[in-house]
Design a binder for this molecule. Structure first.
Ligand code: TRH
Length: 379
């Protein structure tokens, strides 16, 4: 690393779950690996990173992982020299001491607020807008991930789809490690990652009665165990490693996988149920049909965001598959009833849509590259 290596600081306050740190950790690694930058990742809850990257030692104040300097973001923030580019992820508030240090720099850092992903049309209008600090002589820029040219695009490592295809050509070892039997063209392999609010029991019941057998892979390590509730029956407790079989459903409870292995799980499956932001985008890159559970907000504030995505995602799906895709998403997000049968009969249309979707967005530049160009023009 020489004197001229660009230095970036990424600040991540973990609100809940894994999405905030999942995105920041992915971006930090990419900036190091593909752009050769010196990146410090400041995280208030380092332990939340550990399931994504098990080599992380949550007890350390500072450590290097994949070339990224991972620092605990403590309330009593140390005096440090600000980087050339400062990213506050998802509107987290920077330490006051750090903001003041930014004002003392000979050339103030480029300050970015990296926002959440949305397909809504207003994103294009707000992307890259400056926001002058009310008191200090600093300007912050909004950077929105998104799907259209006027946004910051999607997070994606270079060569990802080539890696995906290489993995698909020989995934036997990965299957063995997870205890998944060899591929069976007569069954559907499905991964399931969702919030507790999803109608999981209704779905599992429908899978038990499904015409096509379903093998469901459920990473549950993020909870201590998973309770399967059957009407009139005692709850079934699943631990990572346990297999439950009922009717046409076989359910494999898996541990929480490291981020790279979660990608492989998505690449392996015929259909992926994903949630939030990062797993959602990763499922897009898998090029297989996905079902998204959006992060629920009060007063159904998430509904327009869901609708905006569905409008875009179903653009090239012909009727009646389009209506079925929309209806199933609304059901999975608790806006109406869920019908697996009505959904899965359009599998072929969903498959070609998902493959085309991944290829289309793969041809765009990725979020990290757009961010680097944007900040490079400001430095
Ligand atoms: O965990 P999430 O629900 O995170 C959410 C969303 O980002 C939401 O928009 C945000 O407001 C909220 O956090 C604060 O879902 P998400 O975004 O999919 O993040 C999960 C991360 O966990 C992602 O990086 C993939 C990773 N993961 C693994 O690495 N291994 C696993 O086994 C699984 C299931 C997930």
């Amino acid at each position: 690393m020489n004197q001229t290596t660009p230095r970036w600081d990424i600040f991540c306050a973990v609100i809940d779950n894994y999405g905030d740190i999942g995105v920041c950790w992915r971006l930090a690694r990419q900036l190091v690996a593909e752009h050769g930058f010196a990146v410090r990742l400041w995280v208030d809850d380092v332990s939340r990173m550990q399931p994504l990257h098990p080599e992380i030692d949550a007890s350390l104040e500072s450590q290097i992982a994949c070339g990224v300097e991972v620092r605990r973001w403590v309330p009593d923030f140390p005096e440090v020299e600000p980087a050339d580019v400062v990213i506050e992820a998802f509107g987290c508030v920077l330490p006051m001491t750090y903001e003041h240090a930014m004002t003392r720099c000979a050339r103030p850092p480029v300050w970015i607020n990296l926002e959440y992903l949305s397909a809504e049309s207003w994103v294009e209008m707000c992307h890259a807008l400056p926001s002058p600090h009310p008191v200090l002589n600093l300007t912050k820029y909004f950077f929105f991930p998104g799907f259209t040219e006027g946004t910051g695009h999607l997070l994606r490592e270079s060569g990802l789809l080539e890696q995906r295809e290489t993995f698909r050509a020989s995934s036997g070892n990965f299957r063995d490690v997870l205890g998944i039997p060899p591929p069976n063209p007569d069954e559907l392999l499905i991964s399931l990652f969702c919030y507790d609010t999803a109608p999981v029991d209704a779905l599992l019941t429908q899978w038990e009665q499904s015409e096509i057998p379903v093998r469901c892979l459920l990473p549950i390590g993020h909870r201590s165990s998973f309770h399967l509730q059957r009407e009139g029956e005692q709850p079934i407790h699943l631990q990572p490693g346990s297999i439950h079989q009922h009717g046409n459903l076989t359910l494999h409870a898996l541990p929480f996988l490291r981020q790279e292995d979660y990608d492989k799980l998505l690449w392996l499956c015929d259909l992926n149920f994903v949630r939030g932001e990062d797993s959602f985008v990763r499922a897009m890159w898998a090029g297989k049909p996905l079902v998204w559970q959006i992060y629920p907000q009060e007063d159904d504030a998430h509904r327009p965001k869901l609708d905006a995505f569905l409008d875009l995602y179903t653009l090239t799906i012909p009727e009646p598959a389009l209506t079925a895709m929309r209806a199933f998403h609304l059901g999975w997000n608790n806006f109406n009833a869920l019908s697996w049968k009505d959904f899965i009969r359009h599998r072929k249309a969903f498959e070609s849509n998902a493959a085309g979707w991944a290829d289309y967005y793969y041809a765009q530049s990725d979020l990290a590259s757009k961010l680097v160009i944007f900040c490079g023009n400001k430095v």
